[in-house]
Design a protein around this ligand. Structure first.
Ligand code: PMV
Length: 311
């Protein structure tokens, strides 16, 4: 057996976070500037050894706690490939900051599934990889929509509706986005749980806010497919107003959004669960550097510029 590695990118949600949990559409795209990497190597020890380099942890599969996502994905993938989990090590590294809306948990799972499939010389369809990673998303999120594991397994822009066949998106004109980290780690499970409680308390109001978010995601899909960049910026701002209304923005997020707007971004919003994590700003070649600088000056912990190729 030869050692094998595989990677998986990060992701951002362009439109529809939270409402996607309630079966409204959302749009997500991969972010290749950050990634998770899994290395599977043979080992003399009969056990499976897991090394999570970012967490400086090393443990045997059999000693992992029941809710350990790395152990779960290794077990599920071995079962799917019909191989015994024995005599190999799994080494994980990731440049994706955790709990920041960039899909770190899903990327780690997808990288492990891909590396194991390669190690055992097997092919898995992208939809199967996404389905395996979805099982670990449940540990991270509680009630995940499945958008993170899907966009990361497909590595393409997607239009996602929970429980429906996956649709990849054609982006007509290249787009540049600046991603800025508030530096506040905000676990998805907490924001999603708070929104659920608020929805239970006032279903009519929340259903109507989710409807508006869904309508924005549908309009954004048309704008992406027609290359209407200006409209996309406006839709991002409109989506942020609704995200604020459901209570998932934060002072740190608002500070960064205001800085991006002042520096000339076409539109900006939080991305992912909110309360912290990352914001995204739609820019053009003229405003890109100015917006990136403004975000840094406003306190962004790190800034990534990513481009969605069009055509
Ligand atoms: O993992 P995050 O922070 O990108 O959040 C995922 C998006 C949510 O819509 C908030 C949750 C979900 O499961 O879709």
């Amino acid at each position: 057996m030869k050692p094998q590695t595989a990677t998986a990118p990060g992701k951002i949600i362009l439109f529809g976070e939270h409402s996607v949990v309630y079966a409204r559409p959302a749009i997500a795209v991969p972010v290749f500037q950050v990634h998770a990497e899994a290395l599977i190597a043979p080992c003399d020890d009969a056990r499976v050894l897991i090394r999570a380099c970012n967490l400086a942890r090393e443990y045997a599969l059999d000693d992992a706690p029941p809710n350990d996502p790395l152990a779960l994905i290794v077990r599920l993938t071995c079962a799917r490939l019909n191989v015994a989990p024995r005599h190999f090590s799994v080494t994980m590294r990731s440049t994706i900051p955790p709990a920041s809306g960039l899909g770190s948990g899903a990327a780690v799972s997808v990288a492990i599934v891909r590396a194991l499939a390669r190690y055992f010389a097997r092919d898995l369809a992208r939809a199967e990889i996404a389905a395996l990673a979805f099982e670990t998303e449940k540990l991270h999120h509680g009630t995940p929509s499945g958008i993170d594991n899907t966009v990361i397994a497909f590595e393409q822009p997607i239009y996602f509706v929970r429980g429906q066949p996956i649709e990849t998106l054609r982006v007509a004109r290249a787009l540049t986005l600046v991603i800025a980290d508030t530096g506040v780690a905000a676990p998805t499970r907490i924001a999603v749980g708070d929104v659920r409680r608020a929805w239970e308390h006032d279903r009519a109001r929340y259903e109507s806010l989710f409807d508006e978010m869904g309508a924005i995601a549908r309009a954004a899909r048309d704008a992406l497919e027609r290359g209407e960049v200006e409209t996309l910026g406006e839709l991002m701002d409109a989506n942020q107003v609704l995200l604020r209304a459901i209570g998932v923005s934060s002072p740190e997020i608002e500070t960064l959004l205001a800085a991006a707007a002042r520096a000339g971004a076409r539109g900006a919003k939080l991305s992912g669960a909110g309360r912290g994590g990352n914001v995204i700003a739609l820019v053009d070649t003229v405003t890109q550097d100015e917006v990136a600088r403004a975000l840094q000056a406003a306190g962004a912990r790190r800034v990534i510029v990513t481009r969605l190729e069009g055509g």
